[in-house]
Design a protein around this ligand. Sequence first.
Ligand code: BGC
Length: 470
Amino acid sequence: MTALLTEYSDFDRHTFGPDFVWGTATAAYQIEGAVDRDGRTPSVWDTFSRQKGKIKTGETADVACEFYDRYESDLRLHKELGFDAFRFSLSWSRILPDGVGPKLGGRLNEAGLAFYNRLIDHCLALGMTPWITLYHWDLPQALENKGGWPNRNIVDWFAEFADICTKAFGHKVKHWIILNEPLAFSVLGYFTGQHAPGRRSFRNLLPVIHHTALAQAEGGRIVRQNVPDAQVGTTFSCSPIDPFTASTRDGAAAARVDALMNRLFIEPALGLGYPTKELPFLAGIAKKVAKPGDMERLAFDFDFVGLQHYFRAVVEHSYFMPYLWASQVSPLRRNVSTITEMGWEVYPESMYRIIQQFSQYEGVRKIHITESGAAFYDTVQNGAVNDTARLEYHQNYLYQILRAKRDGLPVTGYFAWTFLDNFEWAEGYRPRFGLVYVDFRTQQRTVKASGRWFQQLLTNQHRLADVNQS
Ligand code: BGC
């Protein structure tokens, strides 16, 4: 093991306490494949990835990790690595091929429900707790054709989907996450166009933000109503924001970026409204987009918040970025050498700081880290993947979580992003985040050193079983 492990010699699963949840996180479109099987219809990501130039490598997730067919052996491997929770998302268009269900005039796909029933049952049979994410970015194309997130009807479409899923699985699944990173799919999908559906317009931005925030709260209410004994949460991408210099202008730029990246979706859920002081353009929501009663409907008392944290951001004032008047100062410009394949700075202390920042909200009672991880270039040599950099990333970020726990902050779970190397959205398959290496030609799985380290941490085995699988 690395020097770090010796340094953290008190570091095993018991150090985090008996109630701490250990899992990995995944998403349907990134792993399932089988995009046209058993009645599934395209999502916006199927359409987007087929358009020229949208995915850096020109790839699609048509096959991905073939998880749709391999879920049994994959879940066995997940269990062997010692994880007790498995986070996955539901493909909306696998369950509702028309986007809407019978109440709104569409079909319910029994084969789609059956797949998730098999997956859930298998998890439970292995003694792992399933954590469902209702929405991880793969909007049915049928709904995008009707306007997508800028159309206010999305709140009803999503509510029906949430209602159907909780009624179908709620007797077996007690951990529910409403949305995965609302900021990412709203802003990247409808404003900058880097993600599906690839639309770019400022006109859409405020409606998309508002409908997303409404769906977030509405989803929470539906889960609570249909599964009263559930733990209901939702996730946020988040990063501590540092000003590049001590100047007032950079300080103000950092405050604006913080409002956008960290506060935009949690504050309405907490009943605090949108952060309009730092981002005055958001006032347009109340003036032009919202309907009477909406501002109250944005609030929902989540049982936990899921923080998804990877890097810190350093920002400076900029005239080139309208509305935000700020831009990121890249790690390269700051001479930071510890960066991942995504160009993100590895900065473990930011994990402590972001937990601390979110703990300060009165309404945040419980925090799970629902994603954190790193993409580094991997090679298989003699059947092994020696991914020391990823291993150290998890050790160091976990150590900061431990610090936070010891300081009394309410952090109670860690979901590594991610179990298997997979389709990394607009980047294609190149950035590998997995604890398990996937050879996308043969679908062979090889547990990386980072996966082995988790296995040792979680099972306390001194001699590790050979769990590589094909
Ligand atoms: C997303 C994942 C993604 C990961 C790494 C998160 O923003 O939820 O789907 O693969 O980050 O980019």
